[in-house]
Structure formats: C-alpha cells, structure tokens
Design a protein around this ligand. Structure first.
Ligand code: ATP
Length: 333
C-alpha cells in the first residue's frame, strides 16, 4: 500500500492552508505530521481522508487517483481527538460496527472482536458502554474499531491529546505495537515533538502550510534542514557564522560559507568545564534525569544539559566548549 501526494494545495477563503505538498509514504510506515498549531496538519489529514476537498494536486493510493472517491469508499480507518464511540452501543458492538454494516457473518464478527479486544487488552470490558470507560480505554476501543475492518490506511488525528501524560505514554507504545503487528500504513497528526519522535518511522515537519522537512527522528534532530526545524525539534543553540568565528572557531571546522549559515548545537553537546572563565552560569533547572544550565557566554546565551544533578550553582564561572562535529550547519531561513 502506497500513498502519493503530488502538489497538493488547499485554500480557505482565498488563503493557503496548504501549499505544494508532495510526499510518498508506504506500508508499513508510521508517519507523524508534526508542527505548531495552525500549520495545516489536520487539514492535510482531512484531505487524505476525503473529508475536505483539495484545490490543487493529486492524492493517489497505489497509483489510483482518489479525487472522485468519497470518504466512505476510501476504506480508511480514522480516529479523532474527541472520543467518537457510539454512546448507545457496547464496546463489542462499537468494535464490530464496521464489520456488521459490511454484512459479515455474526460468528466471524464475534471472533474478530474478541481478537481485537485481546490486542487492546480490554477483553473484560466487552459489555460496557462508552460512558463507563476511562478516556484511555475509550481511545483504545476507537482504535480497535478503526482497525477492525482492516483499513488500507489508518489516520489518527491527535488521538492522545485529551489524555493525561502517563496514559498518553502507555497508549503510544500500544498504538505502535498494534500498528507493527497489523502492518497498516498509518499517518498521525501531533503537535508533540516527543510523541512524534517516539512513534514515527518518518516525521513530516510542517511550517505554515508547507513541508519543512521529512525524515527520521534522528535526521531531523541531528541534521535539521532549516532554523525552524532545528528550533521545533527539541532544544537547540543556534550560533551564527560570525559569532562562531569570534567566539568558537573550533565550531567552524574549516567552514567558510554564506553569511546566513547557523550552527545548531544541541544542549547535550555543550561541554561545561569548571573552573574557567569564558562563561557564567545564569540559572540551573533540575529536571530529574538531567540538569539544564543557562549560560551567559560572550556570543550570547547558551543552553547546556548534563545528566543527573549538577554541582554548578548560578554565578559560577565556567569554560564552555562544543563536542567536536556534533553540530549541524543549517541555512538561516
Ligand atoms: P492545530 O494543531 O491547532 O489543530 P493544525 O496544524 O491542525 O492546527 P489546521 O487545523 O489544519 O492546522 O489549520 C490550518 C489553517 O487553516 C489554519 O490557519 C486554520 O485557521 C485554517 N482553517 C482550517 N480549517 C478551516 C475552515 N474550515 N475554514 C477556514 N479556515 C480553516
């Protein structure tokens, strides 16, 4: 199963919500559409689902253009942010709904529902109604209902965002395990960078209705294509060429290129030596597994991270260095 988007664009009241979106994804990939609020993630998901009509471009499934195929005939499974279970049906009836309307024999439906309830670890709740379930359980059931009919493509629109942090992390792992097991091409919208990094085979990072970069979590983190991606994917120190020339020549590693270039140095690659005198600790945040240091450095403020608890206190004089070749140069765009 392969989905191709070619030059897709969507306008609302004359304003582009999406522009020039081209992307190819293939089963069994897990893709996350990631970006800040309003960048067009949900609109793109709705275009793929057929719930919104596109203005330009093509969406093809295994080569066949989907433009004249209505949403209900696309054979996609969809899970939205809001729990959308049928309130008057039990868990089992919700999961079996799609099979029932397709006329599948009751014995087959019962077997499939039992198998899926096992997979989502809720076999004991088959006879409950949605209002008797927690948020996390409702989303598990919504997921089981979406995959019951063996969809060609699974579309997830922030399915975890209404859940508390602990349940979200648990359910992430379950979604990933279920998706791996079933091998369904999956596209999920999220604005949570950590969620995208922990789930996706590839992340589509979006900015103002365009694709800023597509790649693995490692590619986007270590080799961001632009300042926007560097900033959006985790914490970064962005050091321009002139500052590097003056205050951190080792960072340049022979580089002499356009003025717009910026070095992206991750906080774990800022090496804080003590004692010293080229920087001062401005503040320290203890975050449990790491300590985050804000440093006043002649080239500007820097963020450094160290494992565990640091002995450094605000006001301490330190020496700052950078892990060799652990930075990426990005163009200032
Ligand atoms: P969020 O993370 O906040 O849900 P998003 O990345 O999913 O954001 P979209 O919901 O796709 O963003 O919206 C993209 C842009 O299109 C926004 O500027 C939004 O205001 C606009 N938009 C979306 N739907 C409509 C609509 N039906 N009519 C007019 N404008 C719309």
């Amino acid at each position: 199963m392969r989905l191709d988007l070619e030059g897709v664009a969507k306008r609302f009241e004359g304003v582009f919500a999406l522009e020039n979106i081209s992307l190819s994804v293939e089963a069994p990939e897990f893709i996350c559409l990631l970006g800040p609020s309003g960048c067009g993630k949900t609109t793109l998901l709705r275009l793929i689902a057929g719930l919104t009509a596109l203005d330009e471009g093509h969406i093809r499934l295994d080569g066949a253009d989907l433009s004249s195929t209505p949403a209900r005939d696309r054979g996609f499974g969809i899970v939205f942010q809001a729990y959308s279970l049928f309130p008057n049906m039990t868990v089992a009836a919700n999961v079996g709904y799609g099979l029932r309307i397709r006329g599948v024999a009751p014995a087959k439906i019962a077997a499939r529902v039992a198998e899926l309830l096992d997979l989502i670890q809720l076999p004991h709740l088959a006879d409950r109604y949605p209002w008797q379930l927690s948020g996390g359980q409702q989303q598990r059931v919504a997921l089981a209902r979406a995959v019951a009919v063996e969809p060609k493509l699974l579309l997830l629109d922030e399915p975890l965002s209404a859940l508390d942090a602990k349940v979200r992390v648990e359910l992430r792992a379950e979604i990933r395990a279920l998706q791996r097991r079933l091998g369904i091409l999956t596209i999920m919208v999220t604005h949570d960078q950590e969620e995208a990094m922990s789930l996706a085979d590839r992340i589509v990072c979006m900015q103002k209705g365009r694709i800023a970069q597509v790649g693995t979590a490692q590619e986007l983190y270590h080799r961001p294509a632009s300042r926007f991606v560097a900033d959006f994917m985790g914490v970064s120190n962005l050091i321009d060429l002139k500052t590097a020339e003056r205050h951190a020549p080792a960072l340049l590693a022979g580089r002499r290129s356009g003025d717009g270039d910026i070095a992206c140095v991750r906080p774990e690659d800022v090496i804080v030596g003590s004692p010293g005198k080229n920087a001062r600790v401005a503040s320290v945040q203890f975050l449990g597994n790491i300590s985050r240091l804000m440093l006043d450095w002649p080239g500007g403020q820097l963020i450094a991270e160290q494992p565990g608890e640091t002995a450094l206190q605000p006001g301490a004089e330190v020496t700052v260095g950078f892990a060799a070749h652990k930075h990426a140069w990005v163009v200032n765009s």
